[in-house]
Design a protein around this ligand. Structure first.
Ligand code: CTP
Length: 407
C-alpha cells in the first residue's frame, strides 16, 4: 500500500478571523484524509466565524484559543505545540496576523506561536483586495518572505475572484485543495533516510591564546547547518557538532557545542558509528602550543611570539578504513584558486568519498548563497550559484541516491 502523502506529518493550523475561516474546516478534513495530524489554534476574531467545537470534532483534538489558560497550557504548552508541528499553516492569514508576525509582536496565542516556532510557516492570506494591495500589507508580506533560512515565509494564494464583500480582485483564500498541495510540497513525501545516522561538523573552531583571545576564522556555519536540517527532514538521525556560531539548532537535530579542534574531534568520535559524515567545519589548522593562564600583557619585550602546533585532521581520521568508518564520508574544501585540482588532491589525501569544493574568494562567508563543485571518484560537477539551503537539499538528494545503490 502506498503511504498517504502526509503520513506521520503534523500540521499546526492557525485560523485567523475572516469570512474565509469557514474554509479551514474543509482544510482540516483534507489534511487528515491525506494522513496528517492537525491541531488548531483559533484567534479571538476567528471564533466569531467558526466554532471551536466543529474544528475540534474535525481535528480530533481540543482547539487552543488562549495564551494563559491553565487547562490548555497544562495539556500541551504553547512552546511545545509550536515544536510538535512539522509545519505551521496560517489560513486564513489576515492583515493583522501578517503584520504581527512580520514585526515580531507576540500578544496572543497565535502570534506568540508564530514567533516561538522553529518550523516553516505557510501563509494563506485572505482579505479584501484593497487591504491586500495596501503598501503596509505588501511590505509586511515582503518582510515575511525575506526572512532568512527556514524563517522565510512560504505563501499560497491569494486567488483572484469575487469576494464576500462584493469586490473583485486578488484576496480570496486559496482553495483548500491548493493549500493541501502546498503543505504536501513542503513536508510531504517519503523520508528517505529513516533509520540512518549522520554526523555533521559546522562552523569555525576557536583556539584560545589566553583567557580572552583566540584564533578563529570567518565560517558562519550556515552551509553545515542547512545540511543537518536537510538530512533531518529526510528522517535521518543527525548529530551536529558545531563550533561557535550565531545559529539556532535546526529542528530535530542533536547539537553538540564545541570550541576547539580537539573538542570537535572528540565529539565526532563519540557520535560514531554513523552511516554518513559531512565534515563542513572550518577547523583551525593550528592551535597555540601553550595557552597562557592569564591575559598576555603588553610590555617592553614587544609583541609575544605564538608557538603553533598542528591540529589533528578530523576528516582524515573519520575517513580512515576501519569498522567505524561511515559508508559515506564527505569533506569540504575551501579554496581561493584552482578549485577542482585542489579539491581532487584533498579527496585522495584525506581518503574521503566526496569533496564539496567552494571558492571562498567569492562572497561565501556569512552569505546565504554559495557556488560549489562536487568532486567524487567519478568526476567533478560544478553546481550553479544557489542558496545554501538549496545546495544542502541537492547534496542530500545525492546522498540518498548513493546510499540506495550501496545497500
Ligand atoms: N578538516 C578537518 N580537520 C582539520 C582540518 C580540516 O576535519 N584539522 C576538514 C574540514 O572540515 C574540511 C576539509 O577537512 O572538510 C578540508 O578543509 P580545508 O581547510 O579546506 O583543508 P585543509 O586540510 O586545512 O588544507 P589547506 O588548509 O591546506 O587547504
Amino acid at each position: 500500500m502506498t503511504p498517504l502523502p502526509l503520513s506521520d506529518r503534523k500540521v499546526l493550523l492557525i485560523v485567523g478571523g475572516g469570512i474565509a475561516a469557514y474554509k479551514a474546516l474543509e482544510l482540516v478534513r483534507l489534511i487528515r484524509k491525506a494522513g496528517g495530524a492537525v491541531r488548531v489554534i483559533l484567534t479571538q476574531a476567528a471564533a466569531e466565524f467558526v466554532t471551536p467545537l466543529s474544528l475540534a470534532a474535525l481535528s480530533g483534538h481540543p482547539v487552543r484559543q488562549g495564551l494563559f489558560l491553565p487547562d490548555e497550557e497544562t495539556t500541551m504548552g504553547h512552546i511545545e505545540l509550536s515544536r510538535w508541528a512539522d509545519l505551521v499553516v496560517v489560513a486564513p492569514a489576515t492583515a493583522s496576523l501578517i503584520a504581527r508576525a512580520a514585526n515580531g509582536l507576540a500578544d496572543d496565542l497565535a502570534s506568540t506561536t508564530l514567533i516561538a516556532t522553529d518550523k516553516r510557516v505557510l501563509w494563506a492570506p485572505a482579505m479584501n483586495v484593497r487591504m491586500w494591495e495596501h503598501p503596509a500589507v505588501k511590505a509586511n508580506m515582503a518582510r515575511l518572505r525575506g526572512f532568512s533560512g527556514f524563517h522565510a515565509a512560504a505563501v499560497v494564494g491569494p486567488d483572484d475572484g469575487e469576494m464576500a464583500c462584493g469586490e473583485y480582485g486578488p484576496g480570496r483564500l486559496a482553495e483548500p485543495p491548493a493549500i493541501l498541495q502546498a503543505i504536501v510540497d513542503l513536508i510531504g513525501g517519503e523520508r528517505r533516510l529513516e533509520g540512518r545516522r549522520a554526523v555533521i561538523t559546522a562552523g569555525p573552531t576557536f583556539e584560545p591564546i589566553d583567557p580572552v583571545r583566540g584564533l578563529t576564522n570567518r565560517s558562519s556555519g550556515k552551509q553545515g547547518y542547512a545540511i543537518a536540517r536537510a538530512l533531518a527532514d529526510q528522517g535521518c538521525e543527525v548529530t551536529l557538532v558545531s563550533g561557535p556560531t550565531a545559529l539556532a539548532a535546526p529542528a530535530g537535530v542533536r547539537r553538540i557545542d564545541v570550541e576547539t579542534a580537539l573538542e570537535m574531534k572528540a565529539a565526532v568520535e563519540a557520535a560514531l558509528p554513523a552511516d554518513i559524515a559531512v565534515l563542513s567545519a572550518a577547523v583551525a589548522d593550528w592551535r597555540v602550543d601553550t595557552i597562557a593562564g592569564g591575559k598576555i600583557k603588553k610590555g617592553p619585550g614587544g609583541p609575544p611570539t605564538l608557538d603553533l602546533i598542528e591540529n589533528p585532521d578530523i576528516l582524515k581520521g573519520v575517513a580512515a578504513p576501519g569498522p567505524q568508518r561511515p559508508s559515506l564520508v564527505i569533506g569540504f574544501a575551501a579554496e581561493t584558486g584552482n578549485l577542482e585540482a585542489n579539491a581532487r588532491a584533498k579527496l585522495s589525501r584525506k581518503g574521503c568519498d566526496w569533496i564539496v569544493g567552494n571558492d571562498v574568494s567569492e562572497d561565501v562567508f556569512g552569505s546565504d548563497g554559495n557556488a560549489v563543485t562536487l568532486v567524487t571518484a567519478d568526476g567533478a560537477e560544478s553546481w550553479p550559484r544557489q542558496s545554501k539551503v538549496e545546495i544542502a537539499r541537492a547534496l542530500v538528494a545525492r546522498i540518498v541516491e548513493h546510499l540506495k545503490e550501496d545497500r
